[in-house]
Design a protein around this ligand. Structure first.
Ligand code: CA
Ligand code: CA
Length: 469
């Protein structure tokens, strides 16, 4: 670094930090007295123009010199810098040797022995990095969210304006989500702060010999891989929209598999919460074949309105009837995983899986009529407690609602003499059907006791209705 720049930097530093009284020693021989800085160290941050006058006084080794003992050297420097705040270049290749793509803001496949390498467009002040670098582990190899600050080592190469950062432990922990931040307290030799703070997130390669729980960066899937399940260290790429933007799978096969499933099983067999999962080794080659030990896959599904039905599905699907399926790519078929289970509270479907491919939750029809019920009972639309609120006795406009119907339901209402009053069908899958409390001829059903029968293809449920006009 040219001495002129060094000096200017010192002046700049002092002026910027507002130190008015301290002296700064340079090389142990001289002291620089900041009282003279008010004479004019200045940087125009727009134009980059700088100028500084300064004095260097020989330090008196015996103590504080009297004012007249100074043998001051005076000088003046000026010039033109870029005037622009420094920026980080080469962010895209920030990790030496990173293999995978960036998914949901996380760079995947970072080798355990690698450094984060950043290049700047200006000469940076190396000392300013120390307090600006923050390295944090935010998810560990077991899939647990943590916030653990990691001591970071770094070195700055002024020749190439390159900063390298590594964990002080020497290597990154496997299958760990990291976050590196560099704050704008980093400055260049003009004292200008970094234009923008850096936030860089990445996931390291998993170690095949360890138990790993890999969570997709978007949080939509999680797979537990016991030690030895994979033969090689790897990184996983999750893709929750394989139809629209496939990574490896042929979307035509996905469509064909779904069409086959619906034509053979019906419209309620609807795949959702897709995830195409692929693993790659340290050579960036796809890992194929079965696991040595099964993995345990969980797909998470959204239910923003908490109605127990899959959000925005073409057909209402009860989540509790869902199972985990895998795509048999050669035959373009969805295949059910045998030990699949649903946890409706945590909104997840889980099963053991033998290998990577495309997975989805698949809904199915509700065959049981046993949960069906009607409300309000009694139906008293003109009584003292009429209305559609909780505990109220109904309104002519809202009728009587049958709930928790099977996917394909037939509803019959009989009067006390056993005569059929009304018959309805419901097959839209929302489990809900409204009777306007009129008989099949369109006349309001008279006061009295009635019975209803809800029938599915497999069973039926009977209940009582009371109508008070
Ligand atoms: Ca829903
Ligand atoms: Ca319905």
């Amino acid at each position: 670094m040219p001495p002129v720049i060094m000096l200017l930097l010192l002046i700049t530093q002092l002026v910027l930090s507002g130190i008015a009284a301290a002296a700064v020693s340079q090389g142990g021989e001289y002291s620089l007295y900041p009282r003279i800085f008010s004479n004019g160290a200045a940087i125009d941050r727009t134009s980059g123009e700088y100028s500084a006058s300064f004095a260097i006084a020989q330090q008196n080794p015996t103590g504080e010199p009297a004012e007249d003992e100074y043998s001051a050297a005076l000088g003046f420097y000026s010039g033109l810098g870029s005037g622009a705040p420094p920026q980080i270049l080469n962010l895209g290749s920030a990790i030496a040797g990173a293999l995978g793509p960036e998914v949901s803001g996380f760079k995947l496949g970072v080798p355990r022995l690698s450094t984060v390498s950043l290049q700047f467009d200006e000469d940076m002040l190396s000392e300013s990095f120390a307090s600006a670098i923050k390295l944090t582990a935010i998810r560990d190899r077991n899939g647990r969210q943590i916030i653990s600050e990691l001591p970071a080592g770094y070195s700055y190469d002024p020749q190439n304006r390159t900063l390298e950062i590594w964990p002080i432990s020497g290597s990154w922990s496997g299958n760990t989500f990291h976050e590196l931040t560099i704050s704008t307290s980093v400055i260049d030799y003009q004292g200008l702060s970094l234009a923008q703070a850096l936030e860089f997130r990445f996931v390291t390669m998993l170690e095949a010999g360890q138990d790993n729980t890999v969570v997709s960066p978007d949080g939509a899937a999680r797979i537990i891989l016991p030690a030895g399940a994979l033969q090689k260290d790897a990184y996983l790429v999750f893709n929750s929209s394989p139809s629209e933007s496939p990574r490896r799978v042929d979307p035509g096969k996905l469509q064909a598999a779904t069409a086959k499933l619906q034509s053979s099983r019906g419209k309620f067999y609807l795949p959702y919460a897709f995830n195409e999962i692929n693993a790659y080794d340290a050579q960036n080659s796809l890992l194929s074949g079965n696991f040595a030990k099964p993995g345990r896959l969980t797909l998470f599904y959204p239910d923003a309105d908490s109605d127990g039905l899959v959000d925005s599905a073409a057909t209402p699907i009860k989540q509790k009837n869902s199972s985990l399926y895998w795509l048999d790519e050669p035959s373009a078929m969805w295949v059910k995983l045998p030990d699949s289970g649903v946890n409706a509270v945590d909104r997840q479907v889980t099963a053991s899986v033998p290998h990577f491919t495309v997975f989805a939750a698949v809904g199915s029809a509700e065959f049981s009529a046993q949960d069906a019920f009607a409300y309000p009972v009694p139906f008293r639309p003109h009584g003292p407690n009429a209305g559609t609120g909780a505990g109220q006795t109904g309104a002519e406009s809202s009728g009587i609602t049958f709930m928790n119907l099977p996917s394909e339901a037939e509803i019959s209402v009989f009067n006390a003499r056993g005569e059929l009053v009304w018959k309805g069908r419901d097959s839209d899958g929302d489990g809900k059907h409204v009777w306007n409390v009129k008989n099949d001829d369109g006349f309001a059903a008279a006061s009295g006791v009635y019975f209803y029968v809800v029938r599915s293809a497999r069973d039926s449920k009977t209940g009582k209705l009371v109508i008070i006009r």
